[in-house]
Design a binder for this molecule. Structure first.
Ligand code: ATP
Length: 269
């Protein structure tokens, strides 16, 4: 069994730690200093949202956590258990599904790569397909589905892979407002059941407040950690909290802090 669900004994232990992480990209048109001195701890079973102005290094940080990039200096430790499946599963904004595979094959892909037997991986895949409301579409190909349905495949696949952590880069960014709200509800529900360690990059303060336990706010490039905010809303969460005055106040105070950084990033873009 390769599925990893966080147990209560794991919750709160560090999943990722970054110490003095900096990243510079060397290019033909000069160097880009993307991240500077990032010191963070991501706890096991927590949901962290990263917000910050465009170009401040959010995706770079996510990719460093998942081992897709290496820092120029500093170090990242992941305390996740190594197993047959990758320690982290990624969900990107778009192009996260394989067009040549049907829904069942897409969702089962992670375990297929981990050499899990066909029967077992398809059983897991069907479970996650049901969780994201796509039962009946197992044999459909991505081009036959809407953008929201394709993104549900990507989310189902990330959960089905069985990795202890999910790294999501604007996973709902390309969706229309109504579909996005439904998908936020879906993510809250799946995460509350599984308690995987999730790090999600978003431009939407509301989304960060609705989904996250904490919000890491980054400064304009080179991205530094400006603030780590504990989200004050209890769980289980409902999207209805968006209508409360506490939510409006929290959103306003985060926006006031973020606005300075967005202005800086526009000025120096
Ligand atoms: N592979 C790369 N080579 C060169 N520069 C890069 C590379 N990847 C990212 N960068 C640069 O590093 C900086 C940070 O990029 P990154 O994509 O991490 O920012 P971001 O905060 O996720 O941006 P956005 O919110 O617009 O998606 C940008 O200036 C970007 O151009």
């Amino acid at each position: 069994m390769t599925q990893t669900t966080t147990t209560s004994a794991d919750v709160g232990r560090p999943a990722f730690t970054t110490r003095g992480v900096s990243k510079a990209f060397v290019g033909r048109h000069g160097n880009v200093h993307a991240l500077s001195d990032i010191n963070l701890e991501f706890r096991t079973g927590s949901f962290t949202c990263i917000v910050g102005p465009s170009g401040c290094g959010k995706s770079t940080l996510l990719r460093i956590l998942g081992g897709l990039e290496t820092p120029t200096s500093g170090e990242v430790t992941d305390h996740l258990e190594a197993g047959a499946v990758p320690k982290s599963a990624f969900v990107f904004q778009e192009h996260g599904v394989f067009p040549w595979l049907n829904v069942l094959q897409n969702v089962a892909f992670g375990e297929h790569m981990a050499n899990v037997g066909k029967r077992e991986r398809e059983e897991h895949a069907r479970h996650w397909i049901a969780e994201v409301g796509l039962t009946g579409f197992e044999q459909a190909y991505p081009h036959q589905l809407s953008g929201g349905m394709r993104q549900r495949i990507a989310i189902a696949r990330a959960f089905a892979t069985g990795s202890p952590s999910l790294l999501m880069d604007e996973p709902l960014g390309a969706l229309d407002a109504q579909t996005r709200m439904l998908m936020q509800e879906l993510l809250v529900r799946l995460w509350e059941a599984e308690r995987k360690t999730v790090v999600l990059v978003t431009h939407a303060i509301e989304e960060a407040l609705l989904l996250g336990d904490q919000i890491v706010m980054m400064s304009a490039r080179p991205g530094r950690v400006k603030e780590v905010i504990d989200v004050p809303f209890s769980r289980p969460r409902d999207v209805a909290i968006e209508g409360t005055s506490e939510f409006a106040q929290a959103r306003q105070s985060i926006w006031e802090s973020l606005r300075d950084e967005v202005q800086l990033s526009v000025r120096y873009a």
